[in-house]
Design a protein around this ligand. Structure first.
Ligand SMILES: [Zn+2]
Length: 467
C-alpha cells in the first residue's frame, strides 16, 4: 500500500443516529449562549459598541450550532464523507460509529413505548423552554440596539458597519429557527418517529456498510464498530463483523456513556476469558477508546456498574454496584460530563486493561483533551506498553495544540513520538470550529513538515495496518 495520510478519528453518522441526542446536545450548547448580561439602555457609546461585540460572540456560537445541524441533517454518511474529503483530500479515514442508545436514563427510556415517548416529550419541552427564553433575550437586546442606535452611532461608515453586523445576526437567527423547526417543529411526531429502539445504531451501521462496500471507497475507509457491553450479544456481533476482511476494521469504546472499561463483556472474568479485548488482542484488531474529560456522557443520574471505576483518586473494583452521580448533564453541563469521564474513563482504568492484555493495540483518543494530568498519565502508559497509542482529535484550539507540542510532544523520546496520531473528530468538532479547513491547517502550522508526516502517515499506518 502506498503511503497515504490517515485521519484516525472521525465520525460520519447522520441524522438518524443523533435525532434525540442532537436535541440533548443542542440544549447543552444553547445554555452556553448568554445574552442576559447585555443591557444597552444603561450604556454610553463605548459600552454600546462593547455590547455589540459580545452580541457578535454569542451569535457566533449559534452559527456554529447551525453549521453542525446542517451537516448532521444529511441522511447519508456518504454526503458527510464528501464534505470531509473536500478538506482532507485523499486521506484514508477511520470513521468511528457511536452507540448512544444507552446514554439516557435507563429508568425513563427502557420499557414501554409510552415511557420512551414521555421521555422524548420532556426533552422537547426542555428544548422549547430554553429556545423561548433565548428568543425573548434576543428580542430585548435587538430592541435596545435599535432604540439607541441613532443616539450612539453618528458617523456614516460606523452605521454601515453596524448595519452589516446586525444583518448577519438576523440571518444567523433565521437559519437557526429554520433548522430547529425542522428538528422539533411543526410535525411534533417526526422527532419521535425518527427514533425506534435500536434504529439509530443499526441504521448507522447500515450506512457505514454501504460506504465500505462501494468500490470507490473500499481502500480509503476503515470503520470502527462502537461496542457497548450493555447491548445484547455484542461479543458475538464483534466476532462476526470485525476483522481484516470484514466491514469493520476496529472497535470503538466510549465508557463515559455509562460502563466500566473493565466491564466483564469487554474484559472477561476470573473464570471466563472469552471477551472483546481477548478477541481483539488475538486477532490484532485495533481499539480506539475515548479518553478526555469532555464530549458525550450518560444522561442517567445513576447506573448499575461492574468493573473498575476511578473514585476518590484511586482505581476501585465494584460489582453490580449502583453508582449515583452528583451532577446532572442537562442542568450542570460540563461539570457532569467531567464527573462521569473521571469515574468511568480515567487513563489509569485503562492501565488495568493493558496489564491483562499487554499486546492490545489501543488508542487512548484525544490525548487527554484539555487535561494535562491525564495527558501525562497517557504518556506514562505509552512508555510502558508498545502498542498503546493516542490521537490528537478534537483539538481545535491552536493555542492548546502549541502547548501540547512545546510541553509534551517535543520532549518525548522517539518511541513515544511514534505513537501520536492525527485525528479530526469531524464532524463533532464543527460545533466548536466551523471552519474545518482551519482545523487541519492548525496542525500543519504547529507541527514541522516531518512531524506532520509522522502523525498523519507513519504512526497511524502502524496502528491501523502493521501486523
Ligand atoms: Zn470523537
Amino acid at each position: 500500500m502506498d503511503k497515504k495520510r490517515i485521519d484516525i478519528h472521525c465520525h460520519l453518522f447522520s441524522k438518524q443516529t443523533l435525532s434525540r441526542k442532537v436535541v440533548s446536545l443542542l440544549i447543552k450548547q444553547l445554555t452556553d449562549v448568554s445574552l442576559s448580561e447585555i443591557k444597552v439602555k444603561k450604556a454610553g457609546r463605548k459600552i454600546f459598541y462593547k455590547n455589540l461585540d459580545v452580541f457578535e460572540e454569542e451569535f457566533d456560537k449559534i452559527s456554529k450550532i447551525n453549521y453542525f445541524l446542517k451537516i448532521g441533517f444529511n441522511n447519508d454518511s456518504e454526503h458527510i464523507y464528501k464534505k470531509l474529503q473536500q478538506v482532507e483530500k485523499n486521506y484514508i479515514i477511520a470513521p468511528l460509529t457511536l452507540d448512544l442508545d444507552f446514554c439516557f436514563d435507563e429508568d425513563k427510556i427502557s420499557g414501554t413505548l409510552d415511557r420512551i415517548q414521555k421521555y422524548d416529550e420532556n426533552l422537547l419541552t426542555e428544548f422549547k423552554t430554553i429556545k423561548t427564553a433565548l428568543d425573548a433575550n434576543i428580542k430585548n437586546v435587538t430592541f435596545d440596539i435599535k432604540q439607541y442606535y441613532n443616539l450612539y452611532i453618528k458617523q456614516k461608515n460606523k452605521k454601515e458597519l453596524t448595519n452589516s453586523r446586525i444583518e448577519k445576526f438576523k440571518n444567523t437567527k433565521k437559519e437557526f429557527d429554520e433548522l430547529s423547526d425542522k428538528l422539533v417543529g411543526e410535525k411534533r411526531n417526526s422527532f419521535a418517529s425518527n427514533y425506534k429502539a435500536d434504529a439509530s445504531f443499526y441504521s448507522q451501521l447500515e450506512q457505514i456498510k454501504q460506504l465500505k462496500q462501494d468500490d470507490k471507497y473500499q481502500d480509503k475507509v476503515f470503520p470502527f464498530l462502537s461496542v457497548d457491553p450493555r447491548r445484547e450479544n455484542i461479543l458475538q456481533f464483534v466476532k462476526k463483523n470485525v476483522g481484516k476482511d470484514k466491514i469493520f476494521y476496529g472497535v470503538k469504546i466510549y465508557a463515559p456513556t455509562g460502563y466500566s472499561p473493565t466491564d466483564p463483556v469487554l474484559f472477561g472474568t476470573d473464570n471466563n476469558n472469552d471477551c472483546v479485548y481477548k478477541f481483539c488482542e488475538d486477532n490484532r484488531i485495533p481499539i480506539t477508546a475515548h479518553c478526555s474529560d469532555a464530549g458525550f456522557a450518560t444522561f442517567a443520574e445513576n447506573i448499575n456498574i461492574t468493573g473498575e471505576i476511578y473514585r476518590f483518586k484511586e482505581v476501585i473494583r465494584v460489582d453490580d454496584f449502583q453508582l449515583y452521580f452528583k451532577f446532572n448533564v442537562i442542568k450542570d453541563g460540563v461539570k457532569a460530563v467531567e464527573e462521569r469521564a473521571e469515574i468511568l474513563n480515567h487513563p489509569l482504568l485503562w492501565e488495568k486493561v493493558m496489564q491483562k492484555f499487554p499486546n492490545l493495540y489501543l488508542n487512548l483518543a484525544h490525548y487527554g483533551g484539555k487535561n494535562d494530568e491525564w495527558r501525562q498519565h497517557i504518556v506514562n502508559l505509552m512508555s510502558k506498553y508498545n502498542n498503546l497509542y493516542t490521537d490528537l482529535s478534537g483539538l481545535y484550539s491552536k493555542d492548546l495544540l502549541i502547548k501540547i507540542r512545546n510541553k509534551f510532544f517535543k520532549k518525548l523520546p522517539k518511541n513515544i513520538k511514534n505513537k501520536i496520531m492525527y485525528g479530526s473528530d469531524y464532524y463533532i468538532v464543527t460545533i466548536f470550529e466551523d471552519d474545518f479547513e482551519k482545523y487541519l491547517s492548525n496542525f500543519k502550522k504547529v507541527f514541522s513538515r516531518r512531524d506532520f508526516d509522522k502523525i498523519t502517515i507513519d504512526n497511524p499506518s502502524r496502528f491501523l495496518f502493521e501486523r
